[in-house]
Design a protein around this ligand. Sequence first.
Ligand code: 6PG
Length: 261
Amino acid sequence: MSTAPQLVVHRDKELMAQAAAARLITRIVDAQSARGTASVVLTGGRNGNGLLAALAAAPARDAVDWGRLDLWWGDERFLPEGDPERNVTQAREALLDSLPLDPSRLHAMPASDGSWGQDADTAAGAYAEELAAAAGPEDHGPVPRFDVLMLGVGPDTHVASLFPELPAVRETERTVVAVHGAPKPPPTRITLTLPAIRAAREVWLLAAGEDKARAAEIALSGAGEVQAPAAGAYGRSRTLWLLDRAAAAKLPRSLYPPASA
Ligand SMILES: O=C(O)[C@H](O)[C@@H](O)[C@H](O)[C@H](O)COP(=O)(O)O
């Protein structure tokens, strides 16, 4: 079942990152109070990393019990371990290396020099197995019910490494697949599929900058998910678009409340 997206529009991308970081801290603390642990899926890209940098600077980060948090990734660039272009490398630099995380709960996607070598398809299957092993009976499916799953939105409406019209966005069975020939470099990637994304309680889509205005307009105006993957990204209980004014410029004002921007 799809949940109608809610929109929050901030003045600029810095404020958007700070507000999203504060929102994330609150959600993690709430989930840990309710269930003892929390699980979050991170995204690559400038907006995702901007949020992590804002979180690193937020004094309220100390309210989180970082040792009881599972971190997953929505997608990864299939490159060697430690490559500066890998999403996990950038997330470590922006935030993760400064946190007292439990290393066994940091679920990075496989690297191209790992156990599966250059075989991105087998590596994707291994990540699917890791997710399945983490899912409990209460999750009713092959992936955990992530508390928050974040996605940067690309100018072409891609999310994670689900690009318009490529096979990965049409996947209905597998939870993780390899992507070959991605239009955004590098060409080989690993990504969660839409069914895996939709297992999350909350899906947050991040879009800032005028180059995202058209993408937001298309995804929020009833486009199909094969043509506009962001339109197919929604959570079980909440779908939240976090935008700055530039990215929201082409959206009808009626879509978001007056309290926003
Ligand atoms: O590997 C990646 O690049 C990302 O996972 C990708 O999906 C990204 O989130 C979007 O392209 C938005 O990126 P920006 O926030 O940099 O625009």
